[in-house]
Structures are given as structure tokens and as C-alpha cells.
Write a new protein. Structure first.
Lengths: 93, 114
């Protein structure tokens, strides 16, 4: 039972996360305005964090969580930079 | 037992992720999309990471998952708020079905006082 859990379900979770990522890519390609695309990029980064967590479960090694933490940090900084660029102000405001 | 709890938590989280991305595609407006996507995806990814903590146990991977969950729980609302404010100041109009826009009044008052 436990063996079936660990061998089968993480791949199904990865498939669902990949489908969600394709929905985000649809919004990035079609989105009528620039903030729509920024939101979709932010959500795609958050999905990739979950994807790295699934890789941790499958491989049983902990360094994939380092990739997840770094990806979350870079996604946050990129979103802040894009939002400040859209707002048209300086970074220290 | 803890593995079962962890996998149930991961299942709920993945479903929340999927619902958030469906909302990102289906909803009509940037603000509605931001609300659906950010809330659902933040909760979903945090549930996934808590589930990883339950499955892997309190080790190096589990503690890193806990730290990552706390980080996402702190930063994602901040990013959503700053994106909504930037979109409003960029000049994106609300959807026709929206009934109230309080920030426009505040923004106009701030501009007139400056």
C-alpha cells in the first residue's frame, strides 16, 4: 500500500501541476494587458515550487527543496520589479 | 499514518492549484484573476509543502519545506497587493460588472493634495 502510494501518486500530482502550468502559459500568451501576464508569471513560479516539492518526494533527496526556496525568492523579486516598473516610480519610493 | 495525512494534504493542495489556474483563465478581469489565482495557489502550494513535511518527516527536506511554506505565506500576499496597486495606477479599468471602486476616490484625493 505504502509502496503504491510513493510510486504512483507523485507522478499524477506532477501531471496535474503541468496542466495548471499550461493554463498559466495560455494566460501569458493571450492576456490582453501587461499586468495579466505578470500575474500569470508569478503564479507559474509558485507552481514550480510545488513541482520541486514533488521531485523531492520522488527522488527522496532534500536538495530539490533548495531549488524550491530559491525559485520562490526569485519569483517574488521579479514580481516586485515588474510591478514597480508598471507603476512608473522609483524603487525607493 | 503520517504518510497518509501527508498525501491527503498534497491532494488538497494540488486541487487548489488547479482551481486557481482555472480561475486565472476563466475570470473576466485582472483584479478578479488576481484574487482567484493568488489565494488559491498560495494555499495550494503551502498545503503541498506541509504535506511534504508530513511525508518526509522532520529532517532536512521537511524543515526546508516548512521554511519555504512560511516564505510563500509571507511574500505572496505582498506581491498580490503591490500588483493590484500597480495595475490600478497603470490605468487598467475595472470590469463592467464591478460595482464599487474605492481606490479611485482615494487616489484622486491623494493627487489633488499633492
Amino acid at each position: 500500500m505504502i509502496f503504491q502510494l510513493t510510486s504512483f501518486w507523485p507522478y499524477m500530482f506532477m501531471l496535474v501541476l503541468l496542466f495548471s502550468g499550461f493554463l498559466c502559459l495560455y494566460r501569458i500568451a493571450k492576456g490582453p494587458t501587461v499586468p495579466d501576464r505578470t500575474v500569470a508569471i508569478d503564479i507559474l513560479g509558485t507552481l514550480m515550487v510545488g513541482f520541486c516539492a514533488m521531485l523531492t518526494l520522488i527522488k527522496g533527496q532534500s536538495f530539490y527543496m533548495n531549488i524550491a526556496i530559491t525559485w520562490a525568492l526569485l519569483s517574488f523579486i521579479g514580481t516586485i520589479a515588474l510591478a514597480k516598473y508598471l507603476e512608473g516610480r522609483d524603487f525607493d519610493d | 499514518m503520517t504518510e497518509t495525512i501527508g498525501y491527503i494534504s498534497i491532494t488538497i493542495g494540488v486541487l487548489f492549484d488547479l482551481l486557481g489556474c482555472v480561475g486565472l483563465v476563466r475570470l473576466p478581469d485582472i483584479y478578479n484573476r488576481l484574487q482567484a489565482a493568488t489565494k488559491c495557489v498560495t494555499l495550494g502550494t503551502c498545503m503541498i509543502l506541509i504535506g511534504v513535511l508530513f511525508v518526509m518527516g522532520v529532517g532536512s527536506a521537511g524543515m526546508r519545506a516548512l521554511i519555504c511554506a512560511l516564505f510563500i505565506l509571507l511574500t505572496s500576499p505582498v506581491a498580490a497587493h503591490i500588483l493590484a496597486r500597480a495595475a490600478h495606477r497603470y490605468g487598467i479599468r475595472l470590469w463592467d460588472g464591478s460595482v464599487v471602486d474605492e481606490y479611485a476616490k482615494v487616489h484622486r484625493k491623494q493627487q489633488s493634495s499633492e
